[in-house]
Design a protein. Structure first.
Lengths: 313, 305
């Protein structure tokens, strides 16, 4: 069962937004408008970087795939109903290429993105040098400290749908790690009892999750806002409440590190850099991606993929 | 002449020789056993899995030369190999030259030499994770030294994203590794220079040799074995370079700083293609074997190295 149950959201510097009278974006037009306004006042629309974790590229690829191509198309590609060269996937890949390479929206330029570590982009966001960050809910653990230090405020919103194909907003499902029982263990029943004990009391589970900043411990599926321990950050509670409600309706997305087989997963985050630098086209990148997926399909290496709510376009 | 003892099948001298030999083997046996378990065994296993499709867990199927055929078509592999060669060239020249010059200059310093030796050697003992962390900030395009020089002194040419640019990433990492490494050749060469017979310098001076000529005709020939050993080790270490690149760029941007070590790591621990990773490892072993083989060949040809 999932231990770190994550998703991805749009973090923003609330102080900057309030000072400039901006509202967090709810669609691609508002997203573009905020980006333009941020550039007008001399700050980066977005902050991010992969210097300390090269696979950070997959955070962005996953978000753009789900927010542009939409959950239905990503699901179909995952189960082989459409190829990865589909124009919805190509559109998502190209939109990210435009934002990161052509527009230099992520920390100012592609060169800056590659030089930025995770602390660097958090400083840029907290210090008001950048307006927004597209990243994972594991940042609930650490983002607050950066903002407290400079006396600014942060908040989050769901990632805005970036095309008509995406339908209403949803949340990507991501499992950073799992608790599992080795089937060969001589004490399978005892191990299961331990896990049962750890997850069966929602109040205790939420206490544990709160202790590690809601990034490294499973949160129960069924809960209400009142179940959270006293003193839990309202923004965190708001996320989990909305996450449960929205994903419960099937408005789910798919993260690469949870639903991609290993080889296509690495290709997704590694070779996309060649697209951003202009070495290969989006089409060439996706053709290779499809080829690697076909190998995994032929080998029977596909992972189980939950279907989303259909007809949301 | 050998004599026989009652009840013994071996002559006394032979028995004594045999027991002595047995005693020696008994002393080295634990080391040999350890070596077999942690070096020889895994090495042979590594060679074997290079010919399989093993993922690191589960079944292992023999696939012949498939992994090596894939290597030939893998553009990232060729890029990594080229970068390893560039890295080797840089390290055979820069830290060795700096070490030679630094050591030669230090030989002329009597007071404070120990302090300078320690000062130059300190970066070598810093962990790579510390060194890369410091230099990553110094080279950062927004908060780094280049930005500061540009803002405060009007020096703009250093204000670039050293690690974020494809043109400079590999050289920037080589620079920081050089900063950490050059104290090692300096100390090694200084020790070699210190053991050179001072009479040779006196004779050279009497013959009217300049400081450079003394260096060229006395110092260099006298320290040749140390120098060649250093070049040999650098050639081997350059094939194995990993930590500085992994900790700064991971091989990026867009494989610009990819080396065999990082490509092997990604193949083994991200793609879980352990068999393929082992074939990359065998190329690294081949590199080292060629270097060592060349060294042995030159010694057999009579080179004093």
């Amino acid at each position: 069962m999932p231990l770190t149950y994550e998703s991805l959201v749009l973090f923003y510097n609330k102080t900057v937004f309030d000072d400039n009278g901006w509202s967090p974006p709810t669609n691609i037009d508002e997203f573009n408008a905020i980006a333009a306004a941020a550039e007008d006042i001399g700050i980066f629309p977005l902050a991010y970087g992969n210097a300390t974790w090269q696979p950070s590229n997959e955070h962005l690829m996953g978000m753009y795939l789900n927010a542009f191509a939409g959950r239905e198309n990503v699901y179909k590609a995952l189960v082989g109903e459409i190829p990865w060269t589909d124009e919805s996937i190509a559109g998502a890949t190209d939109l990210l290429r435009q934002h990161i390479a052509d527009n230099g929206w992520f920390s100012g330029s592609l060169e800056n993105y590659f030089a930025n570590g995770s602390d660097d982009w958090r400083v840029e966001l907290a210090g008001g040098d950048a307006a927004m960050v597209l990243s994972g809910t594991w940042n609930f653990r650490s983002l607050g400290g950066f903002f407290e230090e400079v006396g600014q405020e942060w908040d989050w919103v769901p990632i805005p749908p970036m095309s008509d194909m995406a339908g209403e907003y949803g949340y990507e499902l991501a499992t950073g790690s799992t608790v599992s029982v080795n089937a060969q263990s001589p004490n399978v029943d005892a191990a299961i009892k331990v896990i049962d004990f750890l997850i069966s009391d929602p109040a205790m589970v939420l206490e544990l999750a709160a202790d590690v900043g809601f990034g490294e411990w499973v949160v129960p599926v069924h809960f209400s806002a009142e179940d959270f321990p006293e003193g839990t950050d309202e923004r965190v509670v708001r996320f989990f409440a909305d996450f449960a409600a929205v994903t419960g309706e099937g408005r789910i997305g798919y993260t690469a590190w949870t639903f991609w087989p290993n080889d296509p997963n690495v290709h997704l985050w590694e070779a996309v850099e060649n697209v951003w630098w202009g070495d290969i086209s989006v089409e060439e990148y996706l053709e290779e991606h499809e080829r690697l997926w076909q190998i995994e399909r032929d080998a029977g290496n596909l992972l189980p993929v939950p279907a989303p709510a259909m007809g949301g376009m | 002449m050998a004599t026989m003892q009652a009840g013994s099948a071996l002559p006394v001298r032979q028995e004594s020789h045999f027991l002595k030999g047995l005693g020696r083997w008994a002393f080295v046996a634990p080391v040999l056993l350890l070596n077999l378990v942690v070096i020889v065994g895994p090495a042979f296993f590594g060679v074997y899995i290079a010919f399989t499709d093993w993922s690191g867990v589960g079944d292992m199927n023999f696939v012949g030369l498939e992994n090596f055929q894939r290597l030939l078509q893998d553009q990232v592999f060729w890029k990594a190999l080229r970068n390893n060669l560039v890295w080797t060239a840089i390290f055979l020249v820069v830290p060795v030259t700096l070490g030679l010059l630094g050591a030669y200059m230090l030989t002329g310093i009597k007071r404070g030499q120990m302090f300078l030796r320690v000062a130059f050697f300190v970066p070598y003992v810093l962990p790579s994770v510390v060194t890369t962390h410091i230099w990553r900030y110094l080279m950062h395009p927004r908060v780094g030294l280049g930005q500061w020089l540009s803002d405060n002194l009007g020096i703009h040419f250093l204000d670039i994203s050293w690690l974020g640019s494809r043109e400079t990433a590999l050289y920037a990492i080589a620079f920081m590794d050089n900063w950490h490494f050059w104290g090692f050749p300096l100390v090694l060469l200084l020790a070699a220079m210190s053991s050179v017979d001072v009479e040779l310098y006196e004779v050279a001076r009497l013959d009217g040799a300049s400081r450079f000529q003394q260096f060229r005709h006395v110092t260099l020939p006298s320290i040749r074995p140390t120098l060649v050993f250093l070049l040999l080790m650098i050639s081997i270490w350059s094939a194995l370079v990993f930590d500085y690149i992994f900790l700064t760029t991971g091989g990026g941007p867009a494989n610009a700083s990819e080396v065999l070590g990082t490509h092997l790591y990604t193949s083994a621990f991200e793609r879980f293609q352990t068999g393929y990773a082992a074939s990359i490892g065998l190329v690294m072993v081949l590199w080292v074997a060629l270097v060592v083989g060349g060294f042995v060949y030159l010694r057999k040809r009579g080179w004093e190295i």
